[in-house]
Design a protein around this ligand. Sequence first.
Ligand code: CU
Length: 494
Amino acid sequence: MPGMQMPQARPSPGAQPAASPPTQMNMPGMNMPVPQASPSPGAMQNMPGMDNMQGMGSMNMGPLMVMMANDMGVRVGSSDTNIISMGAMGSGTSWQPSSGPMHMHYKIAGDWLLMFHYNLIVGMNRQGGPRGVTKLDSENWFMPMAYHKLGKGTVQLRGMFSFEPFTFPPGGSPLLFQTGETYKGQPLIDKQHPHDLFMELSAQYTLPVGERGTWFTYFGYPGEPALGPVAFMHRASALENPSATLAHHLQDSTHISFGVLTTGFAYRWFKLEGSIFNGREPDENRYNFDAHKWNSRSARLWFMPNKNWTMQVSYGFLRSPEAQEPNTDIRRATASLQYNRPFHRGNWAAAFVWGRNHLSGGGENANLNGYTAESTINFLDQNYFYTRLELVDKNELLRPSDRALLGITQAHPSFRISAYTFGGVRDIWNTDKVSLGIGSDVTFFSKPSILDRVYGNNPVGWKLFLRIRPGKMDMSMHGMHGNMGAPQKPPSNP
Ligand SMILES: [Cu+2]
């Protein structure tokens, strides 16, 4: 966690928690006495990325939530050894480094643990070149979550909503070289489609299995199957970047699937999971619930060796994902690596993602690859620099008239596009509750020269935006490991 200090001396396994527990903990909006009885020193040891926490002292906060030196966890059932790290929760059932920043509100209401995340971006979006336009638009999502003990396990309910169907220009948000999904029956080109009003409505049930294992089942309508990396809008490495990845439809586009059932098993640092789901992309009507057969499937393996790293490999078979080409199936392979390193008054998050679609059917076979490298650095609390570098194969960039113009007879000519984004954000107003930032970025593209006639020689994208989200949780908990009396982090308000 940002601001976190690792203990000077690593306690030996089985060491007792700090002999004199502090009387207060330093959580925003919370000032509560530490329970007199410390939990067993073994608590947290099963938390992925938490192996060094043993004996560092953790704290029960009601029946569900547990706080450790630098993370929060949700207890699985009544277990002391099976804890779900909140920092590690990505989209769907994905994992990201548990040491990453958390921007959310939470509340304990009776036997329920409630959380709320959101991200709202409003800005000017200018895409250059002959195909470019300039628009005002807003990317946004809102995500309430709730946890409750049920039987021997813990149930998680989650909703995710986006108002992009109302806040994007017709068809989508301008983004050069972006493709995927449709508008008025035509494939979208140079536009990022809006996300559905209902992006996720899901329930997950997790049961402890022995001391260190958990078994879980997740149902979403809509929801996210076990395929691909953490969806881009949830990745710590992309939190400041308002744009979608150009490789979205080669990597994480299944994050909104209307009908998903996933089950899996986690043991220490590993998680293996499989899904059956409806692989058809969301239709143009962004406020309804789509219904198609659940005849797609996927499997994913996670590895989280410590609190700073996660990686996954996954494979999925998507039956007829595109309404426009119902006879085409996709076999998607992905691999990703995420890293986060907290440091004094900031953190560095990075990700590398590869995804490949193998298209088959309709008399065509093709392989499309997408590579994405992202990095976001937060320093001196209020400042962020980010970058995203992509290399993506695109085969839907040309309309029939474009192909005629360029003398291309192939129906789906594929072009390798590169995109290089550099941007920055500065928080201009921060409280424990809310953070308002102003940011800007620029994206350069490169492409085969045959596309110069439709895209111009050097098209550039440019954005200027305001970003509102919950304040960053201060997880430093100075009191929890002998740092009582250490100077408090300076307030982050300017
Ligand atoms: Cu999406």
